[in-house]
Design a protein around this ligand. Structure first.
Ligand code: NDP
Ligand code: MG
Length: 390
């Protein structure tokens, strides 16, 4: 039996992972499941999968979790340290699907003990890609991409020589506002930004899709994961979300990965790698679909794409500043303190300020420095939000 743990088990990726595991429970021994506020789901899955331990990130919910697990034999724990401790429990395969920079330290811990890391938490790569990849290499631990575009690129590269790769094209649906008049974007509401035309995902990544901060993160993720130059990475608007990515080779060939917008494909690929196994996703009827649409991205509509290029040009810990500022600006938008279009203003401002201050972006990439930079960037972003409100 394979030992598996799922970090962020109660979220959208976590639940899709559990859906696949529940289809063949005899093959898996579940070590740890973690969540935050959704105690009912966490306890139900920990019972159903007979997990060793269930952990909530929220200390104040420990008693609720204990009560929900009473009589099950599953250990209950709470807090960021308990999540880290759970990541140190030996497992063959770990799903990293916590949302936000909070996923970085558990992912590092999992790699540190040699587990295969199925990486949905793109924030880890944006904040500390080199550190994460080096830790994986040093421990002989594999990192498998779960973000659909990166899983698609990974699959298109099987058996290929990276020296023959000219470019990587990741597609973007364009999110909720791809067809809105640009001048209306500043009045976009939380409800409007929280509904995705194609994908059913957590709220934060759905809003990031509307602002294209998600794609900006994914451009940086592509650079880190596949070690290609920024100018080799292109974004293509493809409203149907069926071609997830394309790899262009030096003979002019483009290898495209086509599939339905269902995360169970990418999760299942990472779960069964290097095999391919039956996965219960829709089979596409291309004749019925008829045609695929493509458009060039528009930097005026989505300033996040330009910011991603600036972050890659700055290098160092700019990714950690970018991610922290983006997460804080998103909190500000969700709390009604920022307009939709002000999120990118705040992120740019924080990047400029922290670059001008010196020291932070140039610091050596250690976990402590990344977490410190993350902390300072969040503080700077909160200040920028307050100044706007005031
Ligand atoms: P969700 O918001 O649906 O789930 C997030 C998970 O993280 C939940 O289990 C949540 O617990 C938990 N969590 C929240 N805050 C913390 C914290 N501070 N510490 C520990 N755990 C916490 O997110 P998604 O599943 O959509 O996304 C997860 C990750 O995967 C993100 O990095 C996202 O960018 C990435 N991703 C997601 C895709 C998707 O289709 N959803 C596609 C590609 C990448 P609880 O719910 O119990 O509060
Ligand atoms: Mg994606």
């Amino acid at each position: 039996m394979r030992k598996v743990s799922i970090f962020g088990a109660t979220g959208s990726i976590g639940q899709n992972t559990i859906d696949l595991i529940k289809r063949a429970p005899e093959e898996y021994e579940v070590v740890a499941l973690t969540g935050a506020r959704n105690i009912e789901q966490l306890a139900a899955d920990a019972r159903a999968l007979n997990a060793q331990i269930a952990v909530t990130a929220d200390d104040s919910l420990l008693e609720d979790l204990r009560a929900a697990l009473k009589g099950s034999g599953v250990i209950a724990a709470a807090g960021a340290d308990a999540i880290l401790e759970a990541a140190h429990r030996p497992a063959d395969w770990i799903m990293s699907a916590i949302v936000g920079a909070a996923g970085l330290a558990p992912g590092m811990a999992a790699l540190g003990q040699g587990s295969t890391l199925a990486l949905a938490n793109k924030e880890s790569l944006v904040c500390a890609g080199k550190l994460l990849l080096e830790t994986g290499r040093a421990q002989g631990a594999q990192i498998l991409p779960v973000d659909s575009e990166h899983s698609a690129v990974f699959q298109a590269l099987v058996g290929e020589d990276m020296n023959a790769v000219e470019r990587i094209i990741i597609t973007a649906s364009g999110g909720a506002f791809r067809d809105w008049p640009i001048e209306d974007l500043c009045d976009a509401t939380l409800d409007q930004a929280s509904s995705h035309p194609n994908w059913d995902m957590g709220q934060r990544i759905t809003i990031d899709s509307a602002s294209m901060f998600n794609k900006a993160m994914e451009v940086i993720e592509t650079r880190e994961f596949f070690d290609v130059a920024p100018e080799q990475i292109e974004v293509l608007i493809h409203p149907q979300s069926m071609i997830h990515a394309l790899v262009g080779f030096n003979d002019g060939a483009l290898m495209a990965h086509v599939g339905p917008p269902d995360m169970r494909h990418a999760i299942g690929y990472a779960l069964h790698h290097p095999q391919r196994r039956h996965i219960p996703v829709e089979r596409l009827d291309l004749a019925a679909i008829g045609s695929f649409e493509f458009r060039a991205p528009d930097d005026a509509r989505w300033p996040a794409l330009r910011i991603a290029r600036e972050v890659m040009a700055r290098g160092g810990l700019a990714g950690a500043v970018f991610n922290a500022a983006k997460e804080t600006a998103l909190d500000g938008f969700i709390a009604g303190q920022l307009k939709f279009t002000q999120m990118s203003d705040v992120v740019s401002q924080v990047l400029d300020r922290m670059d001008a201050q010196g020291g932070h972006i140039d610091a050596t990439m250690t976990l402590d420095n990344v977490l410190e930079t993350d902390h300072l960037a969040r503080k700077a972003a909160r200040l920028a939000i307050e100044q706007r409100a005031g």
